[in-house]
Design a protein around this ligand. Structure first.
Ligand code: PHE
Length: 343
């Protein structure tokens, strides 16, 4: 009898340790302990071998064992049902998964990349130059000698009070850097940051971005310049965009012009961006001044060239209707998150 009692004790421990994660495991438990050929039945069957005087006591033990197994079954069953219910109510499998936040490109980068890709398609290569520039490349080589009144057009930041080093005021300095190294044919664009000592407001900033273009070769004409720029604005703003050229002055080009495009914000109707004129200036341009070519040992009787310099912020403003220049450098993610582009 001792043996049987020990055996029951062991079964109880096994039962206590049993878990069931699902209906299948619950059923396995039921068959093993409570089924017609199960352990509880088998143990009950031992009753007939128990001597008469011990039967009462033994009957109680067996009964308690049966109840123990049945209760365990009920508990397992309840917990599975509760689990299924919890799963059913708190998780909606039809909801989309949680998203992984992805960064966006800065609007100025998007627009710069678009400009670069348009000009690359018509044979322009990308050139770069330093932002800390010397007087020669930023001014003198570009036909802006010391004391030239046109230097006042651009308020310059000088580096360490030195009159020789400055933060470039335009990307035209890269024209000088390219022409001193490379001989025609030259066909480059130069995207980059420039600096001017201006009071920061919605319409002006002490740094901004330009894309310079330079094309020097045999027989380059003003008509080529107009055609290249017309191609550019149509690619950038669509076929309906209109352009106009106004005569202007830059020391490094002759003749010089500024190009306006029809305002894409109001479609020419008149708005605050175009100051109710329907036109917005986007760039300065002209035929490379012969003096520049000579400065770099390029024969100005043989070669001609055109150059242009456009403001990236202005083009971005027309594309995305950004009305305050300061937004570009405040790093407000609510602003930045709005721009998505493959470029
Ligand atoms: N560098 C001029 C500016 O910053 C733009 C320009 C570039 C004009 C090339 C003519 C030719 O205003």
């Amino acid at each position: 009898m001792e043996e049987l009692l020990q055996q029951i004790e062991q079964y109880k421990q096994e039962i206590a340790a049993t878990t069931a994660a699902n209906a299948e495991e619950l059923e396995t438990f039921r068959i093993k302990y409570l089924g017609t050929k199960g352990i509880v039945k088998a143990v009950m069957g031992e009753m007939k071998n128990v001597p008469g005087d011990q039967r009462k006591e033994f009957g109680q033990v067996l009964n308690a064992f049966k109840i123990f197994a049945e209760e365990k079954f009920a508990t397992l069953k309840d917990s599975i049902a509760a689990g299924a219910q919890a799963t059913g109510s708190s998780i909606d499998w039809s909801l989309p998964g949680s998203t992984i936040p992805v960064g966006t490109r800065h609007p100025l980068s998007i627009v710069r990349n678009q400009i670069v890709s348009i000009f690359k398609r018509i044979g322009f290569a990308v050139a770069e130059g330093p932002e800390i520039e010397d007087d020669w490349h930023n001014f003198t080589a570009l036909n802006l000698p010391e004391n030239h009144p046109a230097r006042d057009m651009q308020d310059t930041f000088y580096v360490n009070q030195s009159p020789d080093y400055l933060l470039r005021t335009h990307t035209s300095s890269v024209q000088a850097r390219v022409m001193e190294k490379q001989k025609p044919p030259i066909r480059i664009i130069c995207p980059g940051r420039v600096y001017r000592n201006e009071t920061i407001s919605a319409r002006a900033h002490c740094f901004f971005h330009q894309v310079e273009g330079l094309y020097v070769d045999d027989n380059v004409s003003f008509a080529d310049l107009k055609q290249a720029l017309y191609f550019f604005v149509q690619e950038m703003f669509g076929k309906d965009v209109k352009v106009r050229f106004r005569p202007s002055y830059f020391p490094f080009t002759e003749p010089s012009a500024e190009m306006d495009i029809s305002c894409s914000v109001c479609a020419g109707e008149g708005c605050s961006l175009c100051k109710h004129t329907g036109w917005v200036e986007i760039l300065g341009c002209g035929m490379v001044h012969p003096k520049l070519l000579e400065n770099f040992g390029i024969d100005s009787n043989k070669y001609t060239g055109y150059a242009f310099g456009m403001g990236v912020e202005r083009i971005c403003q027309l594309k995305y209707k950004v009305n305050d220049l300061r937004l570009y450098s405040q790093n407000d993610v609510r602003f930045l998150r709005q721009f998505t582009s493959a470029l």
